[in-house]
Ligand binder design. Structure first.
Ligand code: NAD
Length: 497
C-alpha cells in the first residue's frame, strides 16, 4: 500500500500519529493508498518550521522571491501532464479537465511572479510643511490554507503562491481524499529553490484543522470547502484572533431569457452542470427558464446530455468521470430517487449507472429534474453531483427574485441577447461572480474570486488584489525631516488643524 505523508521543512516527514485515512481511486473503487492524519504535535512541527523560515523569508528581497517563482512556474509547466494524471488518479476527473485546473492554478503563480509591481507602496510628499506620508504592505507571518477535494491543484494554488510571494510562510492542509497533488506541488517548489519551511504540507482531518485554527503562531487562515465547515472555520479562527477568508458552498443559477440563443444556452448548461461530474463550486445546478422557452430548452439539454460519455478519467474518450467516494455517489443518488415524491419531474435518471469493467467505481449517470419546487431538497441543497434542476418562471423579475432568495451567492449567469437586461442583471443579482452568456464566470487570476452570502465568510475574496491584501497588512509612516534653516515650532498641545 502506498503511503502519503507530510512535507515539513523541505522534506518528507512520515506520519507518526498512527491514524490513517483511505485514498480511493474513484474509477476502480480500489483503496491502495493511505494518507497520514496528523496529530496536534505534527501540526505544531509544521507551524514551527514555517515560523523558523519566516525569519529570513519575510525579509528576503523581492527579486529572490520572484526568481524562485519564475523557476516554479517553468517546472509546473513542464509537469502539467504528470500533475493532471495524479489529480485524476485520486479525484477521478477526466485528464483534460485536470489539465484545465492546473492551468488555472498556474495563472496564480504567474500573478505571484509579478508581485514586484503589485507590492509597490504609495507616497504623498509635502502633505504638510516638510511632511511626507508613505504606505506599505507587509507580510503577516505564518499563514494556513485548508482546501477541498474538488480542485486538489488549483485551490491550493489560489493561496500559497500569493502568500509566499508577499513574504509569508505557509502551512497547507489539503483534502484527505486526494492529498498527493499538494505534496507534488510542494516538492516542485523545493526543486525551484524555495527555502525549506516556506511551504509545508500537513495531511489530516478535523484534528489538524482545529489545531491550525487555534495555533497562536498562525496569523491567518484561508479556507475553501463546504458552507457548514466554512462557517466553523470563520467562527473559530476569528475567535482566536486570526484573519480569515472562508469560501463555502454554492447553488449556482443560470437565468435564460426568452430571447437567448437556446442552442448556446443548452450547450452551456450541459457543460457547466455536468463538467467534473458536477463537483465544482461554480457548477450550474439550477437553470431558470423565463417565459415559454422551458420545454424547448429542456429538450435541447436532454439531447446533449444523452451523448456525454462517462468513463475513467484516464481514458481520453471519457467526458465525465466518477464521483469522489461511494458514499457521496449514494447521497447524490438519493436526491434523484426522492425528487418525484417532492414534486419534480425526473427527465433523466442517472442512478444505477455503471461502467463495464469498472463496476466498483463511484459511478452515476447524468440526471435532469424539471419543474423543481423551490421547497424540495434537490433545489435547496448543494448536491455536488451531475444533477441539474430546471425551474420555470414567467418574468425576468420573478427569476431574479427566486435567485436572490437563495442563501448562496457564489456564481451566476444570464443568457440573453439583450444588453440592457444583462446590465440590469449584473447590478441586481446577489452573487459575487456574474457571467453574461458565460456559464462558469471564474475570474482570471488578476481579478479576485469570491461569493456572497453563505458562499463566503470574511471580507476578502481570494487571489487577485484581494488575495494580496489578505496576505499583507498595511503600514503608514508619516515623516518630517526638518531643514537646518527651520526655526523650532515650540510645544503645541493642540491637535494639528
Ligand atoms: P469539506 O468542507 O468537507 O472539506 C474541506 C476541508 O475541510 C478539507 O480539508 C477537510 O479535511 C476539512 N474538514 C472537513 N470537515 C471538517 C470539520 N468538521 N472540521 C474541520 N475541518 C474539516 O469540503 P469538500 O467536500 O472537500 O469540498 C466540496 C465543497 O467545497 C463543496 O461544498 C464546494 O462547493 C466547496 N467549494 C467551494 C469553493 C469556493 O470557491 N467557494 C471552491 C471549491 C469547493
Amino acid at each position: 500500500m502506498k503511503t502519503v505523508n507530510h512535507w515539513i521543512g523541505g522534506k518528507t516527514v512520515e506520519g507518526a500519529s498512527g491514524n490513517w485515512g483511505p485514498v480511493t481511486d474513484p474509477a476502480t473503487g480500489a483503496a491502495e493508498t493511505r494518507v497520514a492524519l496528523a496529530s496536534v504535535d505534527e501540526v505544531d512541527a509544521a507551524v514551527a518550521a514555517a515560523k523558523d523560515a519566516f525569519a529570513s523569508w519575510g525579509t528576503s528581497s523581492l527579486s529572490t522571491r520572484t526568481s524562485i517563482l519564475f523557476r516554479y512556474r517553468a517546472l509546473l509547466d513542464a509537469h502539467r501532464d504528470e500533475i493532471a494524471a495524479l489529480i485524476t488518479s485520486e479525484h477521478g476527473k477526466v485528464h483534460s479537465d485536470a489539465l484545465g485546473e492546473v492551468a488555472r492554478g498556474l495563472e496564480i503563480v504567474e500573478l505571484a511572479c509579478g508581485i514586484t509591481t503589485q507590492l509597490k507602496g504609495e507616497l504623498s510628499t509635502q502633505v504638510s510643511h516638510r511632511v511626507d506620508v508613505s504606505s506599505i504592505r507587509q507580510a503577516l507571518g505564518v499563514v494556513a490554507g485548508i482546501t477541498p477535494f474538488n480542485f486538489p491543484a488549483m485551490v491550493p494554488m489560489w493561496m500559497f503562491p500569493i502568500a509566499i510571494a508577499c513574504g509569508n510562510t505557509f502551512v497547507l492542509k489539503p483534502s484527505e481524499k486526494d492529498p498527493s497533488t499538494s505534496l507534488r506541488l510542494a516538492e516542485l517548489a523545493t526543486e525551484a529553490g524555495l527555502p525549506d519551511g516556506v511551504l509545508n504540507v500537513v495531511n489530516g482531518d478535523k484534528v489538524a484543522v482545529d489545531r491550525l485554527l487555534e495555533h497562536p503562531d498562525v496569523a491567518a487562515v484561508s479556507f475553501v470547502g463546504s458552507t457548514p465547515i466554512a462557517r466553523h472555520i470563520y467562527v473559530t479562527a476569528t475567535a482566536n484572533g486570526k484573519r480569515v477568508q472562508a469560501l463555502g458552498g454554492a447553488k449556482n443559477h443560470m437565468l435564460v431569457l426568452p430571447d437567448a440563443d437556446l442552442d448556446a444556452a443548452a450547450d452551456a448548461a450541459v457543460s457547466a452542470a455536468y463538467g467534473s461530474a458536477g463537483e465544482r463550486c461554480m457548477a450550474i445546478s439550477a437553470v431558470v427558464a423565463v417565459g415559454s422557452i422551458g420545454d424547448e430548452l429542456v429538450s435541447k439539454i436532454v439531447e446533449r446530455a444523452q451523448k456525454i460519455k462517462i468513463g475513467p478519467g484516464n481514458d481520453p474518450a471519457s467526458e465525465m468521470g466518477p464521483l469522489i467516494t461511494a458514499a457521496h455517489r449514494d447521497k447524490v443518488a438519493s436526491y434523484v430517487t426522492g425528487a418525484a415524491a417532492q414534486g419534480s419531474k425526473v427527465v433523466l435518471d442517472g442512478t444505477g449507472y455503471t461502467v463495464e469493467g469498472h463496476e466498483n467505481g463511484h459511478w452515476i449517470g447524468l440526471s435532469l429534474l424539471d419543474h423543481v419546487p423551490t421547497d424540495s431538497d434537490a433545489y435547496r441543497d448543494e448536491i455536488f453531483g451531475p444533477v441539474l434542476c430546471v425551474l420555470r418562471v414567467d418574468t425576468y423579475e420573478e427569476g431574479v427574485a427566486l435567485m436572490n432568495a437563495s442563501p448562496f451567492g457564489n456564481g451566476t449567469a444570464i443568457f440573453t441577447r439583450d444588453g440592457g437586461a444583462a446590465r440590469r442583471f449584473q447590478l441586481e443579482i446577489e452573487a459575487g461572480m456574474v457571467g453574461v452568456n458565460v456559464p462558469i464566470p471564474v475570474p482570471v487570476g488578476y481579478h479576485s474570486f469570491g461569493g456572497w452570502k453563505d458562499s463566503l465568510f470574511g471580507d476578502h475574496h481570494i487571489y487577485g488584489t484581494d488575495g494580496i491584501h489578505f496576505y499583507t497588512r498595511g503600514k503608514v509612516t508619516t515623516t518630517r525631516w526638518p531643514d537646518p534653516a527651520d526655526t523650532p515650532t515650540g510645544v503645541d498641545l493642540g491637535f494639528p488643524r
